[in-house]
Design a protein around this ligand. Structure first.
Ligand code: DAH
Length: 361
């Protein structure tokens, strides 16, 4: 190759180097020039075949070409690398002034039944009640017999019980029809004084706008030597005021009958309906929310307590019902339909934990 040819190859290669727009493109130019089969490398390999007198000066010319190309490559590489870094930095820049995006923790919702159960628990815990629990599958004894509902008692029919198949020993477990069996479990396990609430699922073979086969109750039980009906009334009134977050609640205690209490009462709560809105503490509508009474002497006897020494009260409250009332949810069946739109609308943010100090709702 003549000297002018070498010059034109040089400017061709330098030109290609300057035009390489990315590090990848530059690498292609490098391989085409200085790679094993590159054009400059081929010139170098050809040197050996030249006569010695030509080899020296021609070798110097090719070498200087190679060095110029290498220097140009390096200079261009540095420029492109700096540009690539600048571009990456610009792309990955974090705008710290942007608002925080809602993560899964903030998007999830707590079901109203769970939230209301926590609200109820918070209020009774503040009054000194402990939390007790029992299983959903109960013995006939705990669910009925010990609660003074003997086998032939008509109350058994009222409960629309889901029975399991009879076991070989003749016993027949049930899906508990109320939370009252937790009273029995508690009194068999612990000695008075007792002060517990027991929230949980209960089951009855019943279904319409205000009844579902599974629903929720919270049981209350106080047993000691001096608790009387006045205490029961006070506890329920204080509970309702705290739960509905109003200074006064209209309550109606109606004489009733339960086998496990004597005397027995049902409690209604007064409300008004203004359009679709429900207002607690005013108006002339009533909704039954709980049953209660003084624990029947037979129940105390059934768990080995002396009714001449011990007494107390019990109550059973429908959680779903008071949730509907407090948060204005019209259809009980929607509670258990698993519709995400309903849950998004009526559910609670997971960090909105109800406390008496911070506000229940
Ligand atoms: N167990 C009753 C029911 O499910 C509710 C109830 C009434 C519970 C009176 C009680 C009570 O503890 O004293 O209908």
């Amino acid at each position: 190759m003549s000297a002018p040819e070498l010059d034109s190859l040089k400017s061709e290669l330098i030109d290609a180097i300057e035009r390489a727009a990315t590090l990848g493109a530059l690498e292609e130019v490098r391989v085409a020039a200085l790679g094993k089969k590159g054009r400059v490398s081929e010139l170098m390999q050809g040197l050996g075949a030249l006569p010695p007198e030509e080899r020296r000066s021609y070798g110097q010319a090719v070498n200087s070409l190679k060095e110029s190309v290498a220097a140009a490559l390096e200079a261009r590489r540095a420029v492109l690398a700096r540009e690539a870094t600048a571009e990456k930095l610009a792309l990955e820049r974090a705008d710290v002034t942007l608002p925080v995006r809602e993560g899964p923790l903030a998007e999830g919702r707590i079901h109203p039944v769970s939230q209301v159960t926590d609200e109820i628990t918070e209020i009774f815990a503040d009054m000194g009640f402990a939390i007790a629990e029992g299983p959903d599958i109960e013995t006939d004894f705990n669910n009925f017999t010990a609660l003074n509902i003997p086998p032939e008692h008509p109350a058994r029919q009222d409960h629309d019980t889901f029975y399991f198949a009879e076991a070989p020993d003749g016993s027949r477990p049930v899906l508990r029809t109320h939370t009252s069996p937790v009273q029995i479990r508690t009194m068999l396990r612990e000695k008075p004084p007792l002060r517990i609430i027991a929230p949980g699922r209960v089951y009855r073979c019943d279904s319409d706008q205000t009844h579902t086969p599974m629903f929720h109750q919270v049981e209350g039980l106080v047993i000691d030597e001096e608790t009387h009906l006045g205490h029961l009334k006070w506890v329920l009134e204080e509970f309702c005021k705290a739960f509905f977050e109003v200074p006064e609640v209209k309550m109606r205690f109606r004489a009733s009958h339960f086998p496990f209490t004597e005397p027995s009462m049902e409690v209604d709560i007064g409300y008004a309906k203004v359009g679709e809105e429900i207002r607690i503490g005013e108006g002339d509508r009533w909704l039954e929310i709980l049953g209660c009474g003084m624990v029947h002497p037979n129940v105390l006897k059934n768990v080995g307590l002396d009714p001449d020494r011990y007494q107390g009260f019990a109550f059973g409250l429908g959680i779903d019902r008071i949730a509907m009332l407090k948060y204005g949810m019209p259809d009980l069946r929607a509670f258990f339909a698993g519709d995400l739109r309903w849950l998004t609308h009526y559910g609670f943010p997971p960090l909105a934990i109800p406390t008496l100090a911070g506000g229940l709702s």
